[in-house]
Each structure stands twice: as structure tokens, then as C-alpha cells.
Design a protein around this ligand. Structure first.
Ligand code: ZN
Length: 231
């Protein structure tokens, strides 16, 4: 199989890899810096999340503590907002920003925000397609079966669509967080810059994730069409 092999793959995936590393460094940098800056009002991430949820009539959404760094997420099935230990109990700019962002997802869920609903619907097919797609595709290439290769591409394509939809979902949650934090007076004007840099860096990691999946899909497509041209 002389498809340009690994050289082509590295060439296509390098920009995504570099963007991913850059985004990761940005997040860690912003988080390290702003998890040390105390918010003026002294509220912890959990207190801020509670206030944002209650203000939006989401008293039924519970807040729990979860293990791991940056493991914060909202679980729409159980209506539980899980915050990592440092976010939960620290009154820092970073903690407050992350907590409000996660509350933003709960608000998206409650207001039936379209892209989030679509994203949730896609979870089962993505869980299957992300690992089965590449296998089916490679089998298709190996046995020179166009049908099998196309099925593999479609299966993996769902993963790409999912990663792309994730970007507006995440940016929207962060925009809601920024708006709520400032309009409710939870943070002061001079604290906004820190919240913004933490949330923008986090958003960039999702952009990098989408670029990564798209490049892999592009590589598969090149393998497929490149292989066909030769036949
Ligand atoms: Zn999020």
C-alpha cells in the first residue's frame, strides 16, 4: 500500500497537532494564573454555579464534586452539574469562570438549545463510529472494497460532525457564562479579562479537537480517492 503512508498522515495531521498543543498550553497557563487570583466577592465555583442555576429557575439541577483536573461537566440525563474539587471549593477567577460555563450548559439544556440537543442525539453513533469507522475503512482499503471504505468514512464522519457541533455548543456556554457573571454582578469589570482568557483558551481546545478529527477524515478521503485513481 504505497499511499504516501505515514509521511502524508504526518503532513496532514501536523497543523492540528500543533494547534492542539498550543491550546493545551494556553488552557494550562490561563488556569494556573487565574486559579491563584481570588474573586473579589469571595464566592466559590459551587456557590456561583448555584446562584446562576437558581437565577435561571434551575433549582432542580444538583451540584456535585468530582475527581480529576478539568473534569467539570454537566450531565443532562441526571441533571447534575459536576465540578472538579478545585473549581468546587475555590473562590478564584478560573473556578468561577468554569462553574458559570458548566451552568451555561444546564441552561442550554433547559432552554432546548438546538446544537446541544443534536450533540446529545449523536453520542451513541459517535461512540461506535469513532473506533469502528477507522477499522471498517482500513478493511475496505485492504480488500479494495469501495462500499466498505465508504461505510467506514461515513461512520467516522459522524465523529467529525460531532466535533464540529461541539465548538458552537462550547462557545455559546462560555458566552452565557460571561454575560451572566457580569450582568449579575458576581464578578467586577476588572475581573472580566481573567474569566475571558480562561474560557477562550478552553474553547480553543475544542476548535483544535475539531480540526484534528477533520484532518484524520481528510487523510482517509485522500487514501480512498488516491487509491481509486490508481486502479
Ligand atoms: Zn463546556
Amino acid at each position: 500500500m504505497g499511499f504516501g503512508g505515514y509521511g502524508l498522515y504526518i503532513l496532514i495531521s501536523l497543523p492540528a497537532l500543533l494547534l492542539g498543543l498550543y491550546a493545551q498550553a494556553k488552557v494550562q497557563g490561563a488556569f494556573n494564573k487565574y486559579s491563584r487570583v481570588r474573586v473579589i466577592n469571595g464566592m466559590t465555583g459551587a456557590e456561583v454555579a448555584r446562584k446562576v442555576l437558581d437565577t435561571n429557575h434551575l433549582q432542580d439541577v444538583e451540584i456535585e464534586q468530582t475527581k480529576g483536573m478539568l473534569s467539570d461537566h454537566y450531565d443532562p440525563r441526571k441533571k447534575v452539574l459536576r465540578l472538579s474539587q478545585s473549581v468546587y471549593s475555590t473562590p478564584s477567577i478560573a473556578a468561577v469562570g468554569v462553574a458559570a460555563h458548566e451552568a451555561g450548559h444546564a441552561i442550554q439544556h433547559a432552554t432546548k438549545y438546538g446544537p446541544l440537543a443534536l450533540r446529545s442525539l449523536m453520542v451513541p453513533s459517535v461512540q461506535l463510529g469513532s473506533w469502528l469507522g477507522p477499522i471498517v475503512f482500513m478493511l475496505g482499503i485492504l480488500f479494495a472494497s469501495d462500499n466498505l471504505a465508504i461505510i467506514g468514512l461515513l461512520l467516522f464522519g459522524a465523529t467529525a460532525v460531532f466535533a464540529i457541533i461541539t465548538v458552537p455548543v462550547e462557545i455559546d456556554a462560555s458566552n452565557r457564562a460571561k454575560a451572566i457573571l457580569t450582568s449579575s454582578g458576581i464578578i467586577y469589570q476588572n475581573e472580566f479579562e481573567g474569566v475571558k482568557s480562561v474560557l477562550d483558551a478552553a474553547a480553543l481546545t475544542y476548535v483544535a479537537g475539531a480540526v484534528q478529527v477533520i484532518s484524520t477524515l481528510l487523510y482517509y478521503a485522500l487514501l480512498f480517492f488516491g487509491g481509486r485513481r490508481r486502479n
